[in-house]
Design a protein around this ligand. Structure first.
Ligand code: FUB
Length: 481
């Protein structure tokens, strides 16, 4: 499948590049995404099926999810598999998305890359961001240039979406092992766990960028981490990717188990330092990727399990995609077995079309890409005839009278068709986008809307001539009087 993923042949002449990476975003072909959507995501085109589309992101490959709930949103920190990688991990930066409803995800671009760490060379692998005292600390494994060994760096920001800067100018820890996860206990003590092939923890100081004492190796016993029978060097199931949290006084460590393909397992303990007891499978090995990576959060009263697989066109073990499932703990606190789905989690609430919405807030994007814009934040670009954006569960209520969008075009522009329920659903409005004089020369267009009532899946379907049509930064409906 790897050969089906393609790079854009050319960039917009004035496309604004990521300040973190200087690179353009890659994408899978819209044709193949459309095929996938219709072949394996029947719910995605059903007007009343207000469920998420897995994987969460369609325009780049994402991996190693690390969700964080902050101020009423879920922030999703991920790695980024470069397009076309088929024999090794090619990972140069990390990405951030956020959502208030678990189905429409806003792209915040890449506020952290290998270039952030002057001492790092390659391997932007699995990390986690946590908040403490209004600052955001993102712990990531990378290869240290000086030694060629895997090390853990920490970046800090005043915002969950960055920009992040290297907090130390050198590794926080360097012992050739990977996959940091951070847990802050109720008493304020923070713990950093990491490791493959071993499993370690260390107590972080309150500054979150230094630690007390020496790293402690967690005993990998079969009681604690299950029995592996096919690898004498690794007698327990623990492989990598720990994710530690506390619930009802019980400490959970969820991790990638066995190799390969990995499944997701978990252990529990009465304290953050153990002793750990193996509890079984969370997610079986599934989904066309030999790795998997857990991330668990509670949001608005429900529990969510994030993971990755190779579900997109061109996807596989080195071109992965992050997905999410809602789950409920069993009454005794055990985690049920969770299977990968293409529908994902149900929507929490609905999206308000009468406030400004970023164009890069997307449940499912077909053919589009995103980029940084001089107009502020990010825009959706590289729009061809027939591309579309699906925004799920849009609460029009009694009705909308008009639609406004912030757009730019260096060509002859095109049309934004506002459709309900599917890419070929009822048209409730059409907005013409003119040539504005450049891909970053922005104007606001408004068109009348009729028939948009109730709560609907909204499709922004783009039509026009050949080549790229226009960019969109944001949109907003006006309520009918
Ligand atoms: O993404 C690179 C590595 O693959 C991660 O660090 C591991 O957890 C595995 O997902």
């Amino acid at each position: 499948m790897a050969s089906t993923a393609v790079h854009r042949p050319t960039a917009h002449p004035t496309a604004v590049r990521s300040p973190a990476t200087g690179t353009r975003l890659a994408r899978a072909t819209w044709v193949l995404i459309l095929m996938l959507a219709f072949a394996v995501l029947p719910a995605a085109v059903h007007p009343t099926a207000a469920r998420a589309d897995n994987p969460i992101v369609q325009n780049v490959y994402t991996a190693d999810p690390a969700p964080l709930v902050y101020n009423g949103r879920v922030y999703l920190y991920t790695g980024h598999d470069e397009d076309g990688s088929n024999s090794s991990f090619v990972m140069k930066d990390w990405r951030v998305w956020s959502s208030a409803d678990m189905v429409n995800w806003t792209d915040h671009g890449s506020p952290l890359s290998l270039a952030t760490f002057s001492w790092a060379s390659t391997d932007a692998w699995a990390g986690q961001a946590v908040e403490r005292g209004g600052k955001f600390y993102w712990y990531v494994p990378v290869t240290a240039r000086a030694t060629g060994r895997m090390a853990i760096g920490v970046a800090v920001s005043d915002s969950p979406t960055g920009p992040f800067r290297d907090a130390l100018g050198h590794p926080l820890i360097e012992n050739s092992e990977i996959d940091p996860t951070v847990f802050i206990d109720d008493d304020g003590q923070a713990y950093l766990y990491w490791g493959n092939p071993n499993l370690w923890y260390v107590k972080l100081n309150a500054d979150m960028t230094s630690y007390a004492g020496s790293p402690v190796q967690i005993p990998l016993t079969t009681e604690g981490f299950g029995t592996r029978t096919d690898n004498p060097d690794r007698p327990t199931l623990y492989e990598e990717a720990p994710w530690v949290y506390k619930r009802n006084g019980l400490y959970y460590m969820v991790y990638a188990a066995r190799c390969c393909a990995e499944f997701i397992a978990y252990s529990t303990a009465p304290s953050p330092t153990g002793p750990w007891t193996y509890r079984g499978t969370v997610m079986p090995a599934q989904g066309n990727s030999f790795t998997n990576h857990p991330g668990i959060v509670d949001f608005q009263g429900n529990s969510y399990f994030f993971y990755h697989n190779g579900a997109l066109p061109g996807g596989g073990g080195f071109t992965r995609s992050v997905a999410v499932e809602k789950f409920s703990y069993n009454a005794d606190g055990t985690i049920p077995t969770i299977n990968m789905t293409t529908t994902g989690a149900p929507q929490v609430g609905a999206l308000d079309p009468y406030v400004r919405q970023e164009a890069e807030t997307i449940a499912w994007g077909s053919g589009i890409e995103t980029e940084w814009t001089s107009d502020g934040g990010m825009d959706v670009g590289w729009i061809d005839d027939g591309d579309y954006i699906k925004v799920k569960g849009v609460a029009f209520g009694a009705g909308a009278s008009s639609y406004t969008a912030r757009v730019a075009s260096a060509t002859s522009g095109g049309t934004v068709e506002l459709r309900l329920g599917s890419p070929s659903g009822t048209v409730v409005g059409r907005c013409t986008v003119p040539n504005t004089g450049g891909w970053q020369t922005w104007t606001t267009v408004t068109c009348p809307v009729s028939g948009a009532t109730g709560t609907q899946d909204l499709y922004l379907r783009f039509t026009g001539g050949s080549g790229y049509l226009f960019n969109m930064n944001w949109w907003q409906f006006t309520r009918a009087a």
